[in-house]
Design a protein around this ligand. Sequence first.
Ligand code: ATP
Ligand code: MG
Length: 447
Amino acid sequence: MRLSRYFLPVLKETPSEAQIVSHRLMLRAGMIKQASAGIYSWLPLGYRVLRRIEQIVHEEQVRAGHIPMLMPTLQSADLWRESGRYEDYGEEMLRITDRHGRDMLYGPTNEELITDIFRGHVGSYKDLPLTLYHIQWKFRDEIRPRFGVMRGREFLMKDGYNFDIDKEAALHAYNRHLVSYLRTYERMGLQAIPMRADSGPIGGDDTHEFLVLAETGESEVFYDSAITDLRFGDRAVDYDSVTECQAVLEEFTSRYARTDETHDESVFHAQVPEERRRSARGIEVGQIFYFGTKYSEPMGAVVVNDRGERVPVHMGSHGIGVSRLLGAIIEASHDERGIIWPEGVTPFHAGIVNLKQGDPAADAACEGLYAALVAKGLEPLYDDRSERAGAKFATMDLIGLPWRVTVGPRGLEKGVVELTSRRTGESEEVSPEAAVERLVQIYDGKR
Ligand code: ATP
Ligand code: MG
């Protein structure tokens, strides 16, 4: 993409309405624009990151054997009356009446709709296990939308639903989700810690929330500091193996880590030596639930088991806050000059800054770099505007591309360009070909 032809409305001023750094930076970097309270338009740069995050979520869900689909945003109230949640859900549910007087709602979650699909098409244990998921906009009429996309009213969520023959099989699905979520967040450059949580209006006994530690987080959390040393890394876990998934769950959840809803001071003290006890704030970026037959029973999602008996299926639901993740990643990765995108989610792989637009050698070198990167499947953002170098650097730093290639007539006389890491600020002088090679290596396996 050439910046002169792009739409990147960066703001010079710090927007006064934004209370936390991620919201400020998303507005300043021209990523989002508020449409109304808690509802945002995704401008091109923000949309790119949103799509990358979605892509990672899709890849990891499919890797775990889960099947993508798409359900609508608007749902019929009748289904929610069947589960009993139409009245229970309260004011967070946006209720709509259509022209025929039918009660509709903008889905805050999809347990009812997916259960309806399941009961209409699946009748035998032979069709299980089954996990379906989608990435779709949700609406919750939050009383206090704030912090930009972190607590929106309309927000993008991945929600997945497992259907299993019994509790044991459903708990394997739960563990499989835990493993896939650990991989997902790490690919985004995040450490998200599974913590024992409370189930809220979804219902159920087993549930973990995934929290990214950050001062601006809305949740209060208590944990054993040893948990922050755990890394999932690049291990190959067989998602069909009950023991392998169970082992990961035990490794990542056996140490004390709870949100304030389930925190128990006496257990905390008994389990964790004082020097490792931490209380902090965290951003909830996902949650997994096992809730058994809570929906299948009232809604009649029943299958015939191998003994010929009709039994309600055991279910769980599993959510990732796709749009909230942009805020969480920025909270975890920025400095005073702007965002620092982890390579896995960056909107462009590298910025090309032409120090002297109009200089034939510099222009030709930039065009060459641009074409070479594109040929390697990378997406550069080329700042080809006739701006001062300082302004170009400031824009690149603000929007947070992890790598910048700076091209100027003086370097070109020596046959070099400058490759700079946004995170460390370190630069090296290399030939344009070597810069391309380095970037290809850096992104190998990260696209
Ligand atoms: P919260 O406690 O933050 O209100 P929740 O527990 O009600 O969230 P879930 O039903 O678990 O939310 O939804 C799954 C994920 O969707 C959450 O972990 C969170 O990352 C994201 N999410 C929930 N509410 C919002 C919101 N208002 N804006 C943006 N993301 C949200
Ligand atoms: Mg939750």
